[in-house]
Design a protein around this ligand. Sequence first.
Ligand code: AMP
Length: 419
Amino acid sequence: MAKTIPVPRGTRDLLPEETPAWDRVEGVARDLSRRYALERIEIPLFERVELFARGLGESSDAVEKEMFRVAGAKGSEEEAAPWALRPEPTAGIVRAFIEHGMHVRPGPLRLTLIGPMFRYDRPQAGRFRQFSQWDVEVIGDAGPAVDAELIELGHRFYAEVGLTDVVARVNSIGDAECRPAYRDALIGYFSAHEDRLSEDSRRRLRVNPLRVLDDKELPADLAADAPRGIDHLCNACREHFEAVRAMLDALGVRYELDHRLVRGLDYYTRTAFEFYVAGREGQQQALGGGGRYDGLVELLGGRPTPGIGFGLGLDRTILAMEEQGVVLPARPPLVAIVGSGDDHARRLRVAADLREAGVAVRPDGSSRKLGKQLESAAKAGARWAVIVDEGETVALKDLSSGEQQDALAIETVVAAVSG
Ligand code: AMP
């Protein structure tokens, strides 16, 4: 036998028994997108490395360590192509916004996509090299109402997929006006304790001192006494954050302040948030997160435009649903078509009639004994079997009770199984 080839490290196959949970979370995301008036957008799975380097910042983990690079075909101009699989969608969506002159559309733009992201990270529980996000971006709205609206939307998503105890953690990391003083305060504080910082943090201290705060190896006492973002906000940022919090209170969204929440990406300003299952706080376990990026459009060559968005990780949402024993809604009942002899054309005709009426149908294509076909139908989860023979009428067998009605017209069967 030939040697088998395994799935790439950090990726997974989703087998049919796993996909109903995915249908459920994607279905909830699509339905919420409709109710929150979000319009679908799609962008490529790969972009120029430069877009991510500029948009996410050279010192972000996504760019510094986790870029999944893509080379062009051998001998092509792009052989050493500066491309990468998208680690997140915001930079690409903002690129599209600028490239298509979308600022002239009646704004704010409310955009959404669901799809895979790629980070070349060390795989571990809840951390994959290919994972999926439900992403929402609102471009052209300075908030603060939209900040609260998106946090409420994320919170609602988790409730509607059936998770309990999801809490939002929120923080404000200021803007170009007040962040420099906060950075200086952090550099001053952490420099005095440099010997207690991890190697990553020592390296980042002067480039991106906010990242030191979300270093998992940061000693708890150092973290507790570190300067807090909200104590360094300028008036405009403070008012913005207070308004967001007041609206979250008014909406009844459960949230906690988290001074260490700074997000890994450089372009974030003001409101930052993450969702956790209560008691599971910690970088590894975030179900999703987002924030405001008022500087990003300009950074990528567009005219200054505020923006805010979130990316909710669907893999971790599904893992949490499994842990909490969330029961998925029942699937629509399945009908099997069985028959005796070589009546396959007729089985397919009956199947087509039922499908026309919207029923889910699984025809048995074999010429096995009727009993065997009924056994397979029950194993496949069928609720009913329609038994076809030479005549114009069929029989309908209820596979749970075993009850059988003979000599029925197709219309009667359709009515019975759709009821
Ligand atoms: P981030 O942009 O890093 O805040 O990611 C947003 C969300 O995507 C996280 O809260 C996770 O749920 C999910 N996520 C990020 N990276 C991974 C990964 N490597 N594997 C699985 N899910 C991830």
